[in-house]
Design a protein around this ligand. Structure first.
Ligand SMILES: [Zn+2]
Length: 381
């Protein structure tokens, strides 16, 4: 296996899209259920996959076990070390200087951004999930008439402590969105329809899934001037993947362009080439290959090379999209570094660029592009 280029191995990463980690120990069933976006089935294991083999190759040594250790031994060693020590080892091992943490997805207790940053030895920043804020406003009892104003003011409050917003319109309505900003009357009518179908205590927590309301939230985020992240492409079985092609966002990207607000297209796989095109033609669009990097395992170098076919190198950001398992932050980082090192080394070999350029590109792709796009303080090296 080729050595990593020094400039890639040593460069701290800015992970611009990730979530918290579990505070509890993880048994084999938990590891399998959180390894990827799939659901277990009888007679097989999710570990027999690219993500599974990458996990078994790279993670055991961090806990002092040989590569390819049996899962039962791995789980026993994990329990022996305890959740906090395991999290620390993987998060520190990922070599991050900063993280942008989506706090809107909490199906079970996970660490806050500050706790996550503490474990990783990195600065943690918050990304506020737009839908979650609207759902919290409704759960607090705000009616249709007060909805638009209450959401705007809640988002303005949250923006003060955050570096960006995130839209999961892809999960709720798909991305084929009318680009126009809805009027307050349209928002009130749509909120009324939504609230009519929601009975507190009877229908579960409120869940927003309405094109007018999704557009309203996105424009609220744009108006507050912070970067807006969009879930794109690959996700669990809640997404209709054919409605998550980023090209569907083209009219909205055109409408947002004059504001200059950065739009971050997350994950993108299998539409990473389409996303790269959008990053080239829209000045405010940035892309990553999070989630897919560790799910594709040894194919991560091919993914990165394809993502960088059209995307300007100054518009590509690193992300793990890790959730729950600290191993996923580590795997994302290891596989991204391997892919980037292969990519840059091939260019050096072909005399496509100089050693000096390679050092500059490594800094940009690992950290500086994200720092510039989110306005994060630059790191002292
Ligand atoms: Zn995510």
């Amino acid at each position: 296996m080729p050595e990593l280029l020094g400039c890639v191995a040593e460069q701290p990463l800015v992970d611009h899209h990730c979530h918290g980690v579990l505070a509890r120990d993880a048994d084999e069933a938990t590891l399998e259920s959180m390894l990827n976006e799939g659901t277990g089935w009888r007679g097989g294991s999710q570990f027999d996959s690219q993500a599974g083999f990458a996990f078994r190759r790279w993670c055991p040594p961090v806990l002092g076990l040989p590569p390819h250790a049996e899962l039962a031994d791995y789980v026993a060693r994990r329990a022996e070390l305890g959740a906090t020590e395991v999290s620390k080892r993987f998060l520190v091992g990922a070599g991050m200087s900063a993280m942008c943490v989506d706090t809107g997805f909490t199906p079970e207790p996970i660490t806050s951004p500050a706790e996550l940053g503490g474990l990783a030895g990195a600065t943690a920043h918050e990304i506020v999930r737009l839908e979650r804020v609207a759902e919290d406003v409704v759960a607090a009892g705000v009616g249709a008439d007060g909805f638009a104003g209450a959401v705007r003011s809640a988002l303005a409050t949250r923006a003060a402590g955050a570096v960006g917003f995130k839209s999961i319109a892809a999960y709720r309505t798909g991305l084929d969105l009318n680009p126009e900003r809805p009027s307050d009357a349209e928002v009130t009518a749509a909120a009324g329809r939504w609230l009519a179908s929601y009975t507190p205590g009877r229908t579960g927590p409120p869940r927003i899934a309405d094109q007018t309301l999704q557009r309203f939230l996105i424009w609220c985020g744009v108006d507050l001037g912070l970067p807006v992240q969009f879930h794109i492409g690959y996700g669990d079985s809640d997404v209709d993947l054919h409605l998550c092609n980023p090209l569907l966002l083209t009219p909205l990207l055109r409408a947002i362009q004059p504001t200059g607000v950065p739009v971050m297209l997350l994950h993108n796989y299998p539409y990473h080439r389409e996303a790269g095109y959008l990053a080239q033609v829209f000045p405010q669009v940035y892309v990553d290959a999070g989630l897919a990097t560790h799910n594709l395992g040894r194919r991560a170098p091919a993914l990165l090379a394809e993502a960088l076919e059209l995307a300007p190198f100054g518009k590509f950001l690193y992300s793990s999209d890790a959730f729950g398992l600290p191993e996923l932050y580590y795997l994302g980082a290891v596989l991204f570094r391997r892919a980037l090192s292969d990519f840059l080394a091939a260019g050096l070999e072909e005399d496509l660029y100089s050693e000096r350029t390679v050092v500059r590109l490594a800094r940009m792709l690992c950290a500086d592009n994200a720092r510039r796009a989110y306005g994060l303080a630059s790191q002292m090296l």
